[in-house]
Write a protein that binds this ligand. Sequence first.
Ligand code: FMN
Length: 404
Amino acid sequence: MNIQSPAIIYNREVRNRLVFQPMEGCDGTHDGAVDELTRRRYLRFAQSGAGIIWFEATAVCNEGRANPRQLFLNEKTKESFRNLLDEVRKVSLEKHGFSPLIIVQLTHSGRFSKPEGTPAPIVAYRNEHWEIGKENQPYIVADDEYLSSIPQKYASAARLAEEVGFDGIDVKCCHGYLFNEMLSAFNRDGIYGGSLENRTRLYFECIDSVKNSVSDKVFVTTRFNACDCFPYPYGYGVNENNEIDLTETKIIIKNLMEKGIEFIDITLGNPYLIPHVNRPCINAPEDGKIGLERIRNVTKELNEAFPELKLVMSGLSFEGENAINYANGIIEDGVADFAGFGRMTFAYPDFYNDYLEKGSLDKSKVCLKCSKCSELMRNASVAGCPVRDTETYMPYYQKHVLKR
Ligand SMILES: Cc1cc2nc3c(=O)[nH]c(=O)nc-3n(C[C@H](O)[C@H](O)[C@H](O)COP(=O)(O)O)c2cc1C
C-alpha cells in the first residue's frame, strides 16, 4: 500500500491517500465569502489529483472569526461556496476523471478570535501560560450560557455545508481554538470544566448537533490535537512531568468512534506559541526532524491503538523533495492511512502530478519549510507562498512583513 492506493471512508471511495490539509488563506471577503484569491487557491488544489481536499477553517459565527477575512459560512455567503465547489469538482473531473472528497472545517477561534482585526479573545479559562506578555489584553471567559449556544451555530453552518455540497464536515478541535482549549479547562467551574466529561461536553455536543443536522450524504469527521505539548495544567495530552501522555486522548477517540466517527486528522501543538511542534520548520528551537518524528510517533501510537480508525498524519511538508517517499513509508509502515500536506500545497500544488508523471518532485518548486506563509498570516495579510508563488504573494510579503 502507498499514497496511490484507494481507500474507503464512510462507505465512499477515496481515489488515493493524499490529503490537502486545511490551510487558511485569510483571503475571503469581509462578509466571509469566497473571494478571488480563495478561488485561485482552490482551483490550483483541484488540479492536484489529491483524493481529499480539506477546506480551511471556516467560521460558524462572526465573533469566532480568526481574522476579518476568514471564511464564514452563512446564508449571505453560501452561494460563493456552492459556486467554488462546483468549479473545483469540474476542474478535477476534467483533469483526473474523478472528484476529490471535499471536507469543510468548521471552527470557532476562541482565544484567537479577531473578527475586526484586533484581538477579541473568547477563552475557555484564565490561562497564565498564554497570558505571559499579554497581561493587559482584554478577553472574555466564555460563560456557560454562551457555550451552550454554540451547538446551534454549528447546526446552522452544517445544514448550509450540506446544501452547498460539501462531502464531509470537520468539527475542528485543534491548535488551541475553542474546543481544543476546553479540553484543558481542568480548573474551570461548572458543567464545562474539571472532569473529562465536562471538558469534552461542548465538543461532543457540537458533533452531535452537526450529525443531527445533516443527512447521511454528509459524513462528520474531526481534526484533532492529540496533545497540546504545553506544560501541565495549561495543555491537554501531557502529564504532570510534562511528557506527552495520550491516556485521555484515547478515551476521547473511543468516544468519537462511538459517535460514528471513523476518520480523524491527527495534529498536535499550537501554531502561535510553539509553531515548530505544529509544523516542523527551519530556524526553529529544535531540528525539524525531531518535530516530524514527534508527530509520527503520536500518530502511530493512535493508529496502533485503533486499527479500525482511518488516520491522517500531518506535517509532511518538512520532507520537501522526499515527501512522497516519506508518505509512502508511513502508509506502508502502518503509521497512518493518509498523508496530509499543508505548506506544500501553497508552494507546489502540482507535486503529486509531477511524482506520477516524472517519478520525482521538482527541487526548485518544493516547500522550503520556511513558514513565510504563516508569517504572512500573522501579519494580517492574505497567506500563500511568497517564495514559490512569487508573483502573487511576494508583494504581500514585502508590504506586510518586510516593510515592518
Ligand atoms: C498559513 C497556514 C494556514 C493554516 N491554516 C489551517 C487551518 O485553516 N486549519 C487547520 O487545521 N490547520 C491549518 N494550518 C496547519 C496545517 O494544516 C498543517 O497542519 C501544518 O502546516 C503542518 O503541515 P505541513 O508541514 O505539511 O505544512 C495552517 C498552516 C499554515 C502554515
